[in-house]
Ligand binder design. Structure first.
Ligand code: MN
Length: 331
């Protein structure tokens, strides 16, 4: 999905987290509330954004988490996101309900369905569109982004699709869609060490999962109100366990749990995020925006950085104005 905010701020993502305020920390678990973000565009959808935020920008290299739905919708075009660009990141689309047609400038056409990961590596630059299908009566899912490390962020764009086999561990059912967990691996490409999995528990169920202590982890709760390391995480919150934990224990409590477990080795790099771009400094973001506006919106180069999308009925999304504030990476 695009970041369709009308007036997105430029965000400097630095590690350690900036001093704007620390997350609420209970027994070593950070609890992050979502920000409700109304998206503009053809459909006035509100998403729950748990990353990035001032209190924490990254979990491993995961840099963006938008949860949405369940929203009752009426078929084709209920979600209709025109072609828009990305740079320096991977988009990870994970649905609980609904179907979305994906088209991108790497030549991909794919159906995004529940339980199947669609991973798009933007690298040097890509554009894509997303349109819900006629059959879609409910839209419910999560859009995540992974920041690419500096050494890999200029790779040529490509698209991957994978349907993980669910498996049981403890009381949980797990689907590993990125990275490896409990001996199960996803074949999609990760450029830093990462994990991404759906974790379901029945009411009253619990699971303990051995993890890499070099990773930080986050639990993106969609349904239920579980405990993570014994700490209650409310529905819609992101609970974060910093590096150093050798295992994660999740207990569902009195309701069934559906959540995503994300994690990875800390990126260890500063990035600048604005709109749908990840770069390393303000000037690079300005250049990405100018290229998008000239080559795609202005139509000067069909085969430029962002290529072209075939088969979408409509025009590409113009970039918003840049904010006046100029951010500089920190030392
Ligand atoms: Mn997108």
């Amino acid at each position: 999905m695009s970041n369709l905010e009308k007036d997105p701020g430029e965000l400097l993502v630095a590690e350690p987290a900036p001093d704007e305020g620390l997350a609420e920390v209970v027994n070593g678990v950070e609890l992050l509330d979502p920000r409700e973000v109304p998206l503009g565009g053809p459909r006035a959808m509100t998403v729950r954004r748990t990353l990035p935020q001032k209190k924490r920008s990254l979990v491993g290299a995961w840099c963006f988490v938008d949860s949405y739905g369940p929203d009752p919708v009426n078929g084709r075009g209920a979600m209709n996101v025109p072609p828009h660009p990305h740079t320096g990141l991977q988009t990870v689309s994970w649905l609980y309900a609904g179907e979305i047609e994906h088209r991108d400038s790497a030549g991909s056409f794919a159906l995004v369905e529940p339980g199947q990961v669609n991973l798009m590596t933007a690298g040097a630059g890509i554009q894509h569109s997303e349109v819900s299908t006629d059959a879609t009566t409910t839209l419910h899912g999560v859009q995540l982004w992974v920041a690419l490390p500096d050494r890999s962020r200029h790779v040529a764009p490509f698209f991957e699709h994978f349907a993980p086999e669910p498996f049981a561990h403890g009381d949980a059912t797990l689907r590993v869609f990125v990275g490896s967990l409990l001996g199960r691996s996803s074949p999609v490409t990760a450029f830093t060490e990462l994990i991404g999995a759906q974790l379901d528990l029945p009411a009253g169920g619990s699971v303990t999962i051995p993890v890499d202590p070099a990773f930080e982890h986050g639990l993106v709760v969609d349904a239920g109100a579980p405990t993570l390391q014994g700490v209650r995480v409310d529905t819609t919150q992101l609970g974060v366990v910093p590096t150093g934990a050798a295992e994660l224990t999740v207990e569902a409590g009195d309701r069934p749990l559906r959540a995503l477990l994300i994690g990875g080795r800390p990126l260890g790099e500063q990035i600048v995020m604005w709109w749908n771009f990840v770069g390393r400094d303000h000037d690079e973001i300005v250049a990405f925006r100018e290229q998008w506006q000239a080559e795609v919106i202005g139509g000067t180069d069909r085969d430029g950085r962002f290529g072209h999308v075939d088969g979408y009925d409509g025009r590409a999304l113009p970039a918003p104005e840049l904010p006046n504030v100029r951010l500089r990476p920190r030392d």
